[in-house]
Every structure is written in C-alpha cells, then in structure tokens.
Design a protein around this ligand. Structure first.
Ligand code: ZN
Length: 695
C-alpha cells in the first residue's frame, strides 16, 4: 500500500519473493508434504546441508518460466490463490440477491478479468489523470498533485526496507516511538521507482546496465502514453536526473534499522521551517489528515534536499517526474501494452522472470491487497479449522516457555535485565490465523466498470483508514497481513506475533505431522518471530512497545559482542547472485539473529514435548531417522527455494533477509545440536569453529 509505517514489520520472508511467486499450472495443485526421503544421502550433510536437503527437489522441480522463486512452499502459494479465485468466481457469477461483500468481490473480479474492456478503456481512464498534471500552473500545484497521487495509487513495487516508493515522500500514521499508546502522523523519504538508492548510485557494470535498461523503459512508457519518440527520450533523461537527485540524500538501509535515527519529532511549524517550499498545510488539508500531537520525520536530511530540488528544478521537470510516477504506478491496471512493458523491466530485467503470470493470478493478488479481509474470511472457513488453530496455539505456548527457560539460563545477562526480558516476553500477544474482528469495507465503492477506478477507490479507502487512526486508542487486534498470506511477522510496537492462516498449512504445518516435523518447520518460524522482540532492533523496545533502554550497560555490551559475531558471519560473498555481490551482515543481522535463536527455541520446545510423552530426540522412527534428524531435515525442507540470480541480486541489495541457503547453513553451522545429529566435526563447513550465539 501507499502508506508509510515507520518501522518495518519483522517478517519471516522477503516481500519480494512472496509478492512474485506462484506457478504456471492452471489446475489446483496438491499441497506438498514434508518427505524425509527427499534428502540426498549420497552427499555429506556436514559439507552443505542445504544441498543435502534440497538438491533432489530442485533437480525435479525447475523454476517455471513465470516465476521468480520456486520452492517447497510454492504449491501452497498457488493453492491459496486458487481458493481466493474460487470465492471471486462464485461472487461474480451470482446474478441476483448478492450481499454487499459478494457485490464488491464479484465486481472487482469482473473488472480486473475484463482484459478487452481494459485495453479499450485504458487511455480513456488515464486521460483525466494526465490532464491534471498538464494543468499544473505553478510549483504550488506540485503538492496538490502529490496529495492526489498518494490518495489514488498503491506503490507498484515493494523496495525492501529502503523507502516508500510513493512520489516524493510517504505519508501515513504510526505509533509514536517514545509513547506507543499515541498514534501520530509520520513522513518518510520516497520518490524512487527503482528498488533503492544503491540502484542509482553504484558504479559496477551490472548497476550501469540496469540503469540503462531502466531509462529505456521510462522512455517506452512515455511513448505508450502518446508522447513522440523525441519527447519521450528527453523526458526519460529528466526522470533519471530527478530520481538520482532524490536518491542521493536518502538514509541508507542499514541506518534505517536503527529506530533512534528515525525518531525525529517535528511540530507543523518546524516541519514547514525545514521545507519552506513544500506547503504542508495545503497537503494535510487535501488528504484530510486529522490533527496530530506531532509529526515524525524519518530522515530530515532527505527533506532538506527535497526542498532544495524543488527550488532548483523548473516546473516542467516536476511535471515530467509526476507524469512518470502516474504511468509507472498505473501500469498494472492499464492495457496490455503498459502491463507488458512494466513486466519487461520489473519482472524480466530486475527479477529474471521469462513470462508474465496469467491474468487471474495478478487479479487475485490485487484483490488480496484491496479486499484482503473479505477474501480472507472465505479462506479461513475453507482452510483453517479450529483444531488446527488449537494445535498452533499449543505450539506457540511451548516455544514461549522455551524462551523463558533460555532467558533464565543465560550466563551473560544480569538478573535485573533478565527480569525485564521476561516481562517483555510475557507481554507478547499471540495472534493466530486471522483477526478476531474483521475489517469493515462497507464504505468502499467497487464497480464492474473500471479496474483502474476500483484501485483508486481502494487506495483512497486504505489511506483514509490509516489516517483515521491518528489520535485514537491503538488497536492491538489489527493485522498487517491478510489471512491467505504465506508469511508471519512480529510487530515491535504492538508487541504481537502474527501467523496468518496461509502459512499454517503443509509443508509448514499439518495437525497430522509428528512433532519433530512441525517443530522443525512452523516451530522455527514461531521461534523466529518471538526472537524478533529480542534482536538488535527489537530489544530496543520494551513490553509496551516504547523505545526505551531496559538493558544494563554491561548486558548491552555483552549483547552487542554476540550480535557482531552474527553480523560478521553473514557478511559474505553471494556467488549465486553474480560476481562481486556481497551480503551486508549489518542489514540482515536482525533476521539472522531471529533464525538462529528461533531454531534453537523450536528444538528446545520439541525436546520438552517429546519428554512429556516419554520420548527423546534420539529415538529412531520407522524411516531410520532420529527425531533430532527429522527436525533439522524439516527445517531445511521449509527453506528449499530456488531464486533467479537477478531477483537474488535485488534481494541482497535491498532486503533484510538472507538468501535461504545461508538461512539454513549458517544457522545450523552455529548449532552443536545439529553437529550431534549428523556427526559433523568442528572445522567442517557445517560446524563453524567460532560458532555465534545470541539467544
Ligand atoms: Zn523475520
């Protein structure tokens, strides 16, 4: 969505991978189940456990032409899309007596699937939007148009944790960092259509090549909107110049992981003094934002530079820039020519995909964004029975108990800090499957006439919903992901862990699985999210979600030493992403800490659960594997993901999650429990000499 939230929800998966993935098969696929025989026993598990666990699957399941990522969870992804598709098909086919929900879902679907109608109407629907920009008379009008675009178009591309992709800047509501009970307005850097500032600044051959292709793409988009070849080329130069100037003053993605650096409070007068050329009063009036206690400006330096750019560049440059963002963010909802050109750059050049996904899947994904909690109700009814929910609730409790034990047993933490840590852990609220109260979409008007107009209406609805939260009590029950989503997250300011029904399915979870398989897969996911409350970023927040230091100086230093071990370990070359591409361990430190701690918690919880039944980790099953081995095989299996090198390169540069191969191998190479399971010797690749451990 267009909305900016100061802090990123700490999720288990990269949005890049999830947003793009699904298959070319048109039939509802069977859900893939964990199969321990998938391990390649001809390989040495102590050399590369990821290969040992995943290679056979990869060889049998090459990436389909329309996919960025293809892994053991991809079948589930298509299955989930199909469930929503069936809901929409039924609603669209119903001729009379439709409920309001059926009308919204059915008409959204009809408008989106009507490819011929969209081809015919695209320029008609776009024309008034282009005219608005052409009619801007002076620089004051720029802010009016920015307000309009913010209210009408969702971001076309999620760029990791670098910035919002909204034109010029992002605007939304957030919990105050010092007082999480207060919802205020927040303003964030933005304005780029490439995934991050690095894409404009880096000078290596691949970066230059991508920029050249990007510029060609911008030119073609201008041509499609009716500009002459000559004008389009000139305007693409202007866009490149403007976005590069906006990229340079942006806060980098490692700094943005430090909430203290984002915590800059401004009154409206101070904000106006910071950026005299941006008329905030006018913008606030146009987007109808409520009065706020104060504003948080994530990166004041960016806004100072933006102000200067507004003064320096002529109005025509800004009109060109705004026209580009209008075209860019409208492209997925326009005619085939726009859709294809948009895919050509973002799908093919940036992500390496060969072929556009079928229309129905693109429509389901857009509907999930715009009507997610309506479709989610049908998904839950179909895919997440109460028995499954109860089993997951029990799993979460077991893993929370493991963290309590872990905290109590740490030799590097003082009793006082332990007390605070336990208080924070006990304050975590567990949210499983779906919201207790469904979102009310009744004021959202959807018709079967125009896909673009439906997207405009949905964006305006969501923008208003976000702004309406300002000044009101915080709603801890709200969800940041829809029920069919295959992902999970920790929210540091609500202090909640959230597991949508979409990931509580095979291969990640099944109420029929034996405990070692469930704990190795969904158990490690649950542990990952709980540990986010205690990673290098999460540990800076207290039980109430306030940015407050509850650590003694000595404990803090002991933590940082342990965290540095992780950050150094994950700072490594990623040859799979191309020559010279290196992971920055300081960008991925929080996720890597969560992987390491979460997997350990899941194993502790499994051991305790087995003990209750009079069993042990080293008992052998019928298949010849011990429970301990099955746990690690299940863990690795849940991460078998092949990714195209282009997408992997983008991921490494922008995303706080490590490449799945290292999420498995580095985590396990730090665990003596793993080495015990497979007989690995210190110094072998899967048994690091200097093993890191935070939690
Ligand atoms: Zn995470």
């Amino acid at each position: 969505m267009r909305i900016t939230k100061l802090l990123l929800l700490c999720s288990i998966l990269s949005t890049l991978a999830v947003a793009q993935s699904s298959s070319s098969s048109e039939e509802t696929p069977k859900l893939q189940h964990f199969d321990p025989q998938q391990a390649d026993r001809s390989l040495d598990p102590c050399l590369d456990f990821y290969k040992y666990s995943c290679q056979k699957w990869f060889s049998a399941n090459p990436i389909p032409a329309d996919q960025v990522v293809w892994g053991t969870g991809s079948g589930l992804n298509i299955w989930n899309l199909n469930v929503s598709r069936e809901t929409m098909d039924l609603a669209a086919a119903k001729k009379s007596g439709r409920s309001q929900i059926e009308q919204q879902v059915g008409d959204y679907w009809s408008a989106c699937m009507d490819e011929k109608g969209i081809d015919a109407a695209a320029l008609r629907d776009l024309a008034p939007e282009l005219q608005r920009i052409a009619a801007i008379k002076d620089k004051a009008g720029i802010m009016d148009e920015v307000a309009h675009l913010h209210k009408t178009l969702p971001a076309a591309w999620e760029g990791g944790n670098n910035q919002t992709n909204a034109p010029l800047f992002g605007f939304g509501s957030s919990q105050d960092l010092d007082d999480a009970s207060l919802v205020i307005l927040s303003i964030d850097q933005g304005g780029l259509a490439l995934p991050s500032r690095d894409f404009y600044i880096k000078e290596d051959a691949k970066s230059v090549e991508i920029r050249n292709k990007y510029q060609a793409h911008v030119r073609k988009m201008f041509e499609l909107s009716g500009e002459s070849k000559e004008d389009a080329a000139k305007n693409a130069d202007i866009v490149m110049m403007m976005e590069t100037a906006l990229a340079k003053p942006q806060m980098d993605n490692v700094s943005r992981r430090d909430p203290k650096k984002l915590n800059n409070k401004f009154s409206l007068e101070q904000l106006q003094a910071l950026t005299p050329s941006l008329n905030w009063k006018r913008y606030i009036e146009l987007v109808d934002a409520p009065a706020t206690h104060h504003y948080i400006v994530s990166s004041p330096d960016f806004f100072k530079a933006l102000n200067q750019l507004l003064d320096e560049h002529p109005l025509d440059h800004w009109k060109t820039y705004l026209r580009w963002h209008l075209l860019h963010e409208s492209a997925p909802y326009l005619s085939a020519a726009f859709v294809d050109e948009n895919f050509n750059f973002y799908g093919h050049t940036l992500s390496g995909t060969q072929q556009l996904q079928p229309r129905w899947r693109r429509c389901v994904r857009a509907a999930d964004r715009d009507l997610g909690e309506v479709l989610g109700q049908a998904y839950v009814a179909r895919a997440f029975p109460p028995e499954s929910k109860q089993r997951v609730v029990d799993l979460v409790h077991d893993i929370e108990t493991a963290l309590d034990q872990d905290i109590k047993s740490l030799d590097w933490m003082s009793p006082k800090t332990k007390e605070e840590a336990l208080k924070k852990r006990q304050g975590v609220e567990d949210k499983i499957g779906y919201p207790n109260k469904w979102r009310d979409y009744s004021s959202l008007k959807i018709t079967s006439d125009s896909y673009l107009h439906n997207v405009h209406a949905s964006t305006a609805f969501e923008f208003k919903r976000q702004l309406d939260k300002v000044g009101k009590p915080v709603d801890r029950g709200e969800w940041g992901m829809t029920p069919p989503t295959i992902n999970a997250y920790y929210d540091p300011q609500l202090n909640t862990i959230n597991f949508p029904a979409g990931i509580l399915q095979p291969p990640y979870f099944d109420k029929q699985y034996d405990p070692s398989v469930n704990y190795g897969s969904i158990g490690a996911v649950i542990g990952h999210e709980i540990i986010h409350g205690f990673d290098d970023e999460g540990r800076q927040f207290d039980a109430a979600g306030n940015l407050r230091d509850w650590w003694s100086a000595d404990d803090s230093k002991a933590y940082d030493d342990r965290g540095k071990c992780i950050a150094d370990e994950y700072t490594q070359d990623i040859p799979e992403a191309g020559p010279g591409v290196k992971q920055n361990g300081r960008l991925t430190q929080g996720e890597d800490t969560a992987d390491n701690g979460g997997t350990r918690l899941a194993l502790m919880a499994l051991e305790a659960a087995l003990k209750k039944e009079g069993k042990s980790l080293d008992d052998k099953g019928d298949d010849g594997w011990t429970n301990r081995q099955r746990f690690f095989l299940s863990f690795a299996n849940s991460w078998c993901d092949q990714m195209r090198p282009e997408a992997l390169r983008t991921l490494v540069l922008t995303n706080p999650h490590s490449f799945p191969k290292y999420r498995v191998n580095n985590t396990l190479a730090n665990m003596p429990e793993f080495q015990q399971a497979f007989g690995c010797k210190k110094g072998q690749p899967m048994a690091h000499e200097n093993a890191c451990r935070v939690w």
